[in-house]
Write a new protein. Structure first.
Length: 472
């Protein structure tokens, strides 16, 4: 039996979240929960090494490989981790020259050729979702088959970078069955929610659907595209039952981009949770415009404790430039409803998109003061390859750093007429005004129900104070 080892490269919380590291999340590597399950079914011995969650060094990873001696290594990479993935690949190549290394994930899916031209060490990469293409690639590599028949494969041939067309057929998620939870060493204890998403433990996050029909200009949707599809209610229930029965999971965060968009499946999920009456709570993401009294009532009854919304800005002009298709007044109205049903609301904001000015920032600062949210997360605009704004933003400002700094917490883009100091100062003002509001502090204190929550929220607050005290 051939062995494939999947690696989530080592990337410390500080590298991902900067001063807010203590408040950051260590979530499951979802790519490998899916690919692990699929490759096992194809007859491979599958191992998953989450070097990030295990806080390993590159040296530790090499030792692990030495013990497992896999035939193939699959590494996942986002934009911030592509540099680390390249250096890790070079070290693996040096020490284990026979093993075949395959790269996948959002970064390579957005800019495969550019990445291959920059990092000569990469030999094989799969663009887009890989449940269909990875088995095809391994078969071709084993049998010396034709690589140009593998959909979405990027590889080198005769000194050139070749990119095969990506399959037009999406992976049928309804065939997935149980995800590879059992292959995640240390699950669920090794994983935890960010301070702003923290409730009961043991906790996990899960992704049950893919694709988003909206087209926000800052968002990279290179992997899953625009058509929404789900693993279906039977698979959702099977995975939840497994998590609750075998791991004692008490809270789940549905990380789906658009859980509420497939209305029938979402209703079936809520109905099931209402019927089962588990000692179990959950949270999810949603767009503001998907919320109404009917689904809020159903969600509350089904155990939903928090919804995270992409609100992005308090300026109507900026929201328009992002193609967000929401307006500030609508945000206030919908958040009022969320509060009415006793569900907590978390809001994401982006500061410093191409048309941002001191006036639009002032609108966001004022908006964040009065908005009925329990928690916020503010990011600096980051021109992720694959997003519409990344193609255009150079005309309206300057990109000042390369991929490994693309965390959301570094100022990597400066719009015309704004300085780094403008953005950093506004970021801190928004955070200070919001988190030091008496109602926000009271809501955090009310969340402390166990030593674990005390510790997690305390660490988050410490990170917040460090951020306010930091120079950048
Ligand atoms: C959940 C999530 C998180 C979670 C968990 C991430 C994790 N460990 O899985 C947390 C909160 C920790 C997180 C952190 C970050 N995230 Co995030 N996250 C997401 C989200 C919402 C879902 C990702 C996911 O798991 N999808 C489901 C799985 C199945 O998809 P997938 O990973 O893409 O895998 C498929 C393919 O890409 C491919 N594939 C992936 N890996 C591999 C490896 C091999 C070998 C092969 C063959 C194929 C392959 O096959 C998979 C199955 O089809 C996405 C948005 C989205 N809809 O995808 C953003 C997203 C991936 N995150 C993003 C970013 C920017 C970040 C952070 C930098 C933010 C931060 N400062 O913390 C970090 C970086 C973390 C890291 N280690 O690199 C960006 C990435 C953009 C980019 N070009 O890099 C995305 C796309 C959001 C966006 N649109 O801006 N994230
Ligand atoms: S930000 Fe959310 S709603 Fe907008 S395109 Fe991306 S996933 Fe879809």
């Amino acid at each position: 039996m051939e062995t494939i080892l999947f690696i989530n490269p080592p990337l410390a919380l500080a590298e991902r979240y900067g001063s807010l590291a203590a408040a950051g999340a260590e979530n499951c590597p979802h790519a490998f929960l899916y690919l692990g399950a699929v490759m096992k079914r194809h007859g491979y011995d599958v191992r998953i090494l989450d070097a990030s969650a295990r806080m390993m060094t590159v040296g530790d990873v090499l030792e692990y490989i030495d013990n497992v001696r896999p035939d193939y290594i699959g590494i996942t990479a986002s934009t911030i981790s592509i540099d680390r993935t390249a250096s890790l690949s070079a070290m693996i190549r040096g020490r284990f020259p026979k093993v075949k290394i395959i790269i996948g994930g959002p970064h390579i899916s957005a800019v495969p050729a550019e990445t291959f031209n920059l990092y000569e060490v990469f030999e094989y990469a799969l663009v887009g979702e890989a449940e269909g293409s990875l088995p095809a690639l391994l078969k071709a590599l084993k049998n010396g088959g034709c690589l140009d028949a593998v959909p979405g494969l990027c590889y080198r041939s005769g000194g050139n970078v070749v990119l095969n067309p990506v399959s037009k057929d999406y992976f049928d998620m309804t065939g997935i069955g149980l995800l590879a939870w059992d292959m995640l060493e240390g699950f669920p204890d090794r994983y935890s929610a960010a301070s702003t998403y923290f409730s009961k433990t043991p906790y996990t996050d899960i992704i049950t659907s893919r694709g988003c029909p909206f087209r926000c200009a800052f968002c990279d949707r290179s992997v899953f595209g625009n058509r929404v599809r789900s693993m279906g209610i039977d698979n959702i229930i099977r995975n939840l039952e497994h998590l609750i029965r075998n791991y004692g999971i008490k809270s789940v965060y549905f990380q789906d981009d658009t859980l509420l968009v497939l209305k029938d499946t979402f209703k079936e999920l809520c109905d099931y949770l209402i019927r089962r009456k588990y000692d179990f709570v959950w949270s999810c993401n949603s767009r503001i415009d998907q919320i109404n009294e009917v689904n809020l009532e159903m969600m509350k009854k089904a155990g939903c404790w928090q919804i995270s919304f992409g609100i992005e800005s308090g300026s109507e002009r900026i929201l328009q430039s992002m193609n967000k298709k929401i307006v500030p007044a609508q945000v206030i109205e919908k958040l009022g409803l969320v509060r009415k049903y006793g569900i907590k609301a978390n809001g994401y904001f982006i500061l410093g998109t191409p048309f941002e000015t001191t006036e639009t920032i002032a609108e966001t600062v004022a908006f964040c003061r009065r908005i009925p949210l329990n928690t916020i997360r503010v990011s600096y605009f980051t021109p992720f390859p694959g997003s519409e704004m990344s193609d255009e933003c150079g005309r309206y400002g300057s990109i000042r750093a390369h991929w490994s700094k693309f965390t959301f917490y570094n100022v990597v883009y400066l719009p015309e007429n704004l300085t780094e100091d403008d953005l950093v100062t506004s970021y801190k003002t928004i955070m200070r005004n919001f988190y030091l509001r008496p109602e926000t502090l009271i809501s955090f204190v009310a969340m402390i129900k166990s030593p674990k929550t005390f510790f997690k929220i305390g660490k988050g607050f410490y990170g917040f104070l460090k951020l306010l005290a930091s120079k950048s």
